[in-house]
Design a protein around this ligand. Sequence first.
Ligand code: CMC
Length: 431
Amino acid sequence: MTEEAYRLITPDGHELELPVHKGTTGPDVVDIGRLYNNQGVFTYDPGFIATGSCASDITFIDGEKGILMYRGYPVEQLAEHSNFIEVCYLLLNGELPTASELEEFDTTIRTHTMLNEGMLNFFKGFRYNAHPMAMLSAVVGSMSAYYHDTTDVHNPEHRDIFAHRIVAKLPTIAAAAYKLSIGQPFMYPKNGLNYTENFLQMMFSVPAERYETDPIQAEALDLLFILHADHEQNCSTSTVRMAGSSGANPYSAIAAGISALWGPAHGGANEAVLRMLDEIGDVSQIDKYLAKAKDKDDPFRLMGFGHRVYKNFDPRATIIREMAHKVLNSLPNNNETPLFELALKLEELALKDDYFIEKNLYPNVDFYSGIIYKALGIPTSMFTVMFALGRSVGWVSHWREMISDPNQKIARPRQLYVGAAERDYVPLEKR
Ligand code: CMC
C-alpha cells in the first residue's frame, strides 16, 4: 500500500490530512483511524456501504464492470479450466499449485473427511425436520469442542490443519444432516472419490444399492462450488472475521459465518428463489408479482435480484445460466424445465421494467443456482448448505488472512447514540 493524503476542511476551518491507501486496483481508501483522536467524531455508514474493514489480497470485485477474480484469476477462467479443489488451494495459498502440490493437497483433503464418531451422536438429538443450516451451524460449532486445546490460532501449522478440516469435513456434516432429514442411514465418506463425487455419494447412495456418480451432476456441482468459493467482505465472511478477531476458536467463527449466510438477503436467497417461483406458479402471474416487488408498502422482493456490489451484472449468474441449460438438456425427462422457463420469463420481464432498470437490479448468482440444485435432486432446504460448502474455503482463507495480519485488531465498531439522555432511576412504586 502506498500513501497519499486526503484533505478535509473541519467545521472550525482547520485542514485535516487523512492518509489514502492505494490498492492494486479498485477505489482508494481514506484511512479515518485517527479521526476520533484528532476531531472527536466517528464516521457513520450503516451496512458498510463505503467502508473498507481490512486490506485483503484474496478476491477482487468490480461491481460496475461485473468482474470477479480470485487471487487475480478471473472467475470465468477458473470456471472453464479449473476445479473446486484447485480453487481451494489457490484461495488458501495465493498461487495455483504445481502438479505435486495439487496432488498433496487433494490427498490431504480426501484423508480428513471423516468425523469423530461421537459427533454423529449430535444428529440424533435433532428433530427429524430440523433445518439443515441449523444442523450445519451447530455441528461445525461443536468442532470447537473437539479441537479446542489443539488449536492455537498463532501457530501456522494449526491454522493449516483447521483449514483442511473445515474444507474436508463440511461435506460429511452436510450430507449427514440430509440423511437425517430423509430417515436414511448416514453414508461414510469414500476417500477414493474426489471432493464433489464424494459429496454426491454421501448424499445419494444407500448401503443397499450400488451407486455411480452422474458426470453432469458432478460437473455442475463442482462449478457451483467454484462460483461460490469467495466473494470478498460479504456478510458471512465479515462475520467470520469479526468473530475470529477476538481470538475465538476458529471453528466457532465458521459456525457464526454459517448462521449469517442463512439469511434470505444473503445465502438463503437461493432457497427463497425457489419458494418464490413456486408461489408465482405460472407465467400469467408474473406481472402481479413484479407489481408487488415495486410496491413500497409490500415487503415482497424479487428474490435472486439485486446485489450490493454488482450494478450491471453478476458474472457468476451468467456462467450459472449456461450451466442450467446444460443440466436441464441433459435430463430430458426432468420436471424442472417449466420452472426454468418461468424463471427465464420473469428475468426477461424484470430486465425490461423501468423500476429494475433504474435501480440496477439484475439476476444474481442465486437466481439460477436453485434451479440447478433442484434438477440435480437436491431438496430446497439444502440449497443454502450447498452455498456454505463452496464458501467454506473463502471463510477459512479470510480468517487466516485476518489472524496473521500485523494490523489486525479486535473488530469493535462505534455508534451514534440516539437513546435517552442521562436521567435518574425511578423507584417501582413511583412509575
Ligand atoms: N426486489 C425489489 N426491489 C429491490 C430488490 C429486489 N430484489 N433489491 C433491491 N431493491 C430495491 C430496494 O427496495 C431499494 O429501493 P429504494 O431505493 O426505493 O428504497 C433499492 O432497490 C436498493 O436496495 P437496498 O436493499 O438498499 O440494496 P442493498 O445493496 O442494501 O441490498 C440485496 C442488496 C441483495 C440485499 C437486495 O438487492 C435484496 O434483498 N435482493 C433479494 C435477495 C437476494 O437475492 N440476495 C442474494 C444476493 S447474491 C448472493 C450473496 O452474495 O449472498
